[in-house]
Write a protein that binds this ligand. Structure first.
Ligand code: NAD
Ligand code: TYD
Length: 357
């Protein structure tokens, strides 16, 4: 079957990637989605059970740093667009094992850029459609804000963790390929996402899980750090908008205009869950445990998403009150998913099913 676009999505078995894959597979039956994912601890094919047999979907288990594999995918599937999400994504892990971040986030992005350049810029490549390399990045590349101000697209890069430095490096490579080789690229830098299918090492799913099991709720330092939270489906809608309407060579910031101090957010989750679990008001808060701060912990992130709103007409559709309810309900109703992703057994099963190419 001939598809209108053949889109390589990397990291499509992860948290945001799985929402993006589901969105594009379901909404655009004329697009073929080729999901390339290594299935690290964070990649989870259970996230995509509902669409895994769709006619316009293909899964390939493999590593984005494997240039031979990546190039073979470009030619086998006539890839005309890339939506690049694959990354090592957890700051705490980057402090302990930075090398994985350099490999995947920098070398992996470089490998994909080279393949796109090679495949799209050879004389025998006849594009059926406009080519686009869409790189998904983070607001963390801008560093840390004080009590006031916002990150705009003009804010200088100032990454301060191995994670954000590796993402900054990948952003620079993407723009360098645009300026030097005229590769058609676009980048978005998004704030903290929350929603279903997030690996329970990140703040929200960890807190929800621990409240259910009445385990301590670790809050780093004094809990004064501020994050700007965006519901994952709103990020995916922004991705759809940028993919179709974004201007080549541009960067767009995406955020929720929804800032929370960590301690206030944890207290909010506690109070919603006390009610849902029919526990005495205030009982979950007693589980809050202040622990040693993260090394180099960025104080505040806050995004000015005026550019994407003005120029492309995107804005978040979910109110935080609704998004957080939906998220808490999802984790409470999917304890089996949580058990599977946190047990090595599950991972072994999928890794054996999809032997690396
Ligand atoms: P995630 O950790 O949940 O998923 C990452 C996915 O990439 C996993 O499926 C993993 O198996 C895959 N992967 C890792 N290394 C790979 C490799 N070498 N080759 C192929 N696949 C590999 O991450 P996420 O939270 O879904 O984030 C996705 C992207 O969005 C990342 O690029 C991240 O930097 C960016 N981002 C995330 C957030 C957030 O709040 N989670 C916010 C802004 C931007
Ligand atoms: P996280 O979900 O790891 O995202 P990021 O570091 O990319 O912002 O953390 C969100 C915030 O919550 C961050 O300020 C660190 C803090 N945090 C805790 O206080 N306790 C925890 O157990 C975790 C995982 C995070």
């Amino acid at each position: 079957m001939d598809f209108k676009k053949n889109i390589l999505v990397t990291g499509g078995a992860g948290f945001i990637g799985s929402h993006a894959v589901r969105h594009f597979v379901k909404k655009y039956s004329a697009y073929k989605i080729i999901n390339l994912d290594k299935l690290t601890y964070a990649g989870n094919l259970e996230n995509l059970k509902d669409i895994e047999n769709s006619e316009n979907y293909v899964f390939i288990r493999g590593d984005i740093t494997d240039s031979e594999l990546v190039e073979s995918i470009f030619s086998e599937h006539s890839i005309d667009s890339v939506i690049h999400l694959a990354a090592e994504s957890h700051v705490d892990r980057s402090i302990v094992s930075p090398m994985d971040f350099i490999q995947t986030n920098i070398i992996g992005t470089f490998t994909l850029l080279n393949a796109a350049k090679k495949f799209w810029q050879t004389s025998n490549h006849k594009p059926q459609t406009t080519n686009l390399f869409y790189h998904i990045s983070t607001d963390e590349v801008y560093g840390s804000l004080g009590a006031t101000g916002y990150f705009t697209e003009e804010t200088s890069y100032d990454p301060r963790s191995p994670y954000s430095a590796s993402k900054a490096g990948s952003d620079h490579l993407v723009m360098a390929y645009h300026h030097t080789y005229k590769l058609p690229v676009v980048i978005t830098n998004c704030s903290n996402n929350y929603g279903p299918f997030q690996f329970p090492e990140k703040l929200m799913p960890l807190i929800i899980h621990n409240i259910v099991h009445q385990k301590p709720l670790p809050v780093y330092g004094k809990g004064e750090n501020v994050r700007d939270w965006l519901f994952v489906q709103d990020h995916v809608e922004a991705m759809d908008t940028v993919f179709h309407k974004g201007k080549e060579g541009e960067t767009y910031n995406i955020g929720g205009s929804n800032e929370w101090k960590n301690i206030d957010l944890v207290r909010k989750i506690c109070s919603i869950m006390d009610e849902k679990l029919k526990r005495a008001a205030g009982s979950s808060e007693k589980l809050i445990t202040f622990v040693k701060d993260r090394a180099g912990h960025d104080l505040r992130y806050a995004i000015d998403s005026g550019k994407i709103q003005r120029e492309l007409g995107w804005k978040p559709a979910h109110r935080f009150e609704d998004g957080i309810e939906l998220t808490i309900d999802w984790y409470m109703n999917n304890s089996e998913w949580l058990n599977h992703v946190t047990s090595g057994e599950y991972q072994k099963y999928y890794q054996e099913q999809y032997v690396n190419r």
